[in-house]
Design a protein around this ligand. Sequence first.
Ligand SMILES: N[C@@H](CCC(=O)N[C@@H](CS)C(=O)NCC(=O)O)C(=O)O
Length: 224
Amino acid sequence: MEDVKLLGFWTSLYSHRVIWTLKLKGINYEYIEEDKVNKSDLLLRSNPIYKKVPVLIHGRKVIVESPVILEYIEETWPDTPLLPKDTYDKAVARFWIKFADDVVKIVIATFFQAFKDEQEKEDAIQKALETLKVLEDQGLGDKKFFGGNEISMVDISYGVLGIWLEGLEEIVGIKLVEANKLPRLHAWRHRFKQIPVIKDNLPDYEKLKTHLQWRREGTISFKY
Ligand SMILES: N[C@@H](CCC(=O)N[C@@H](CS)C(=O)NCC(=O)O)C(=O)O
């Protein structure tokens, strides 16, 4: 039996990328819930540079940073491939995985800002929508999933557009991924959440919303 441990937070979209990948590949692992406020010695020793989750521990090997962990899992357990075989297709997939960081920075950051006026709010919403439109037009296109007909590492990297973004949209009252604005991304979100491994391994929506609300209030009041 493989010795695989995952250190995560239940609210962490990055931890969920790893959970979904391990589950999709049918790898048994031990999940260790970390305390964000009081990080364990194991976490601090395993990720001394960033001190963040997720951390994957495979035997004596420690791997950090979710995109790096996903690549490690893909190469170590190649069954149920989540990246294309073709070198060029793989490079394209990696580009969109990298773009997910921009989406988190631009789109998610919109919800953690205290706007000084309506214009600033409008500008931030426009920028977020433009970023999502690029993803929809050039990344997803008319495909069912980013890599074609099946879920891939690219879809997993955009899990944040699922209940995390939905929760923030509801809390703040700004809707971005809507059928009339981003129809293909909207349909993708629904499809993605229907995949059993995703559906069965999501944080509780109401609890997540409470957490996001708390995080948002903390971030905004800290800025002012
Ligand atoms: N780039 C990292 C981001 C990981 C990250 O931001 N993790 C958050 C949880 S969502 C964390 O551990 N935060 C704790 C802290 O900042 O002290 C990745 O992709 O794994």
